[in-house]
Design a binder for this molecule. Structure first.
Ligand code: GTP
Ligand code: MG
Length: 283
């Protein structure tokens, strides 16, 4: 029997009110991890460590908020974690902001893995995962489209059947997209529809990038993945199916980026279609 199957669970509301209060403004105090006894005792109950891969390109305004929310979430759930920021020499000075965050939260929590230039998302993950200390890896965007409040649910879901991968989905009941215009919504839906039609990886949100992986599973999938651009996330699910990894889904609410310009243009769409075709004829 194939181990590849998909299971869906609703997203919790537990952190939503406190987190939304934090969104959109700089916190006056920063949460520090593992500072009390109850935190330490619960950490012993969950021996896992979660490495968050946060690729950034021109995210100087979003990075402090997403980092603060991540620290707060991990702290409140007594989870061991590190946040690995992979900045590609952003012209807006994102790396300087990341350095400040490292000073505030400490070098064991904030790990900087900068690169000299914009080399793309796919290789940013490969670069980030090197030396990751966690046995689990969380991949997410830094622009606030992915809310850290979903992470405890990803973790709970993963434990349920020891899943290899848990992926956030916008396209099942309980999930959704906010802030996109019709063109962007149609592009995303169309990209999912065509990929599902041609490759049937069995996952409802193929282009999303909010996912939890066992680290060795992510290594294996990344090593097999050949795409570079937007098609990368979709290929990861195609490879997961190929290797018979088990995948669970958690509905997520995706909101348009808080600060900064969208980078999705005609070139990316053409690149996606080309990549999809390459996969169709090769996988
Ligand atoms: N290190 C690195 N990060 C990148 C690169 N391209 C995008 N990112 C980051 O990857 C994440 C996802 O990219 P986005 O630009 O948000 O992609 P998107 O969500 O499809 O499009 P918009 O939000 O509309 O711009 C964000 O955190 C970006 O800052 C890159 O070439 N290198
Ligand atoms: Mg984005």
């Amino acid at each position: 029997m194939s181990r590849f199957h998909v299971s869906i669970t609703p997203e919790p509301e537990s952190l939503s009110s406190s987190a939304s209060k934090a969104t959109g403004r700089q916190p006056s105090t920063l949460p520090f991890a593992n500072s009390n006894a109850s935190s330490r005792s619960n950490m012993a109950a969950n021996p896992n460590k979660y490495s968050v891969l946060l690729p950034t390109y021109n995210e100087r305004d979003n990075l402090p908020i997403i980092t603060w929310l991540l620290v707060k979430t991990f702290q409140e759930h007594n989870l061991d974690y590190e946040i690995i920021i992979i900045d590609d020499n952003s012209p807006d000075g994102t790396l300087e902001v990341a350095k400040q965050l490292q000073k505030a939260y400490g070098e064991t929590r904030i790990v900087l893995r900068p690169r000299a230039g914009k080399l793309g998302l796919g290789t940013a993950y490969v670069h980030g995962i090197q030396n990751a200390a966690g046995n689990f890896v969380i991949i997410m965007d830094a622009d606030m489209s992915h809310h850290p409040k979903a992470i405890p649910e990803f973790i709970r879901k993963q434990k349920e059947c020891d899943y290899d991968i848990v992926t956030g989905t916008r396209y099942t009941s309980g999930g959704g997209v906010y802030g996109w215009d019709l063109r962007r919504k149609l592009t995303s839906r169309g990209a999912n529809f065509i990929a599902d039609l041609l490759l049937s990886p069995g996952v409802s949100d193929l282009t999303g990038s909010f996912r939890l992986y066992k680290k060795d599973v992510l290594h294996q999938i990344i090593n097999a993945t050949v795409s570079k651009g937007y098609v990368f996330q979709m290929e990861m699910m195609v490879r997961a199916k190929q290797f018979n990894f088990s995948v669970a889904e958690v509905p997520i609410t995706f909101v348009d980026r808080v600060y900064g310009e969208s980078k999705l243009g005609a070139n990316e769409i053409v690149g996606y279609l080309k990549g999809l075709w390459t996969l169709f004829i090769s996988v």
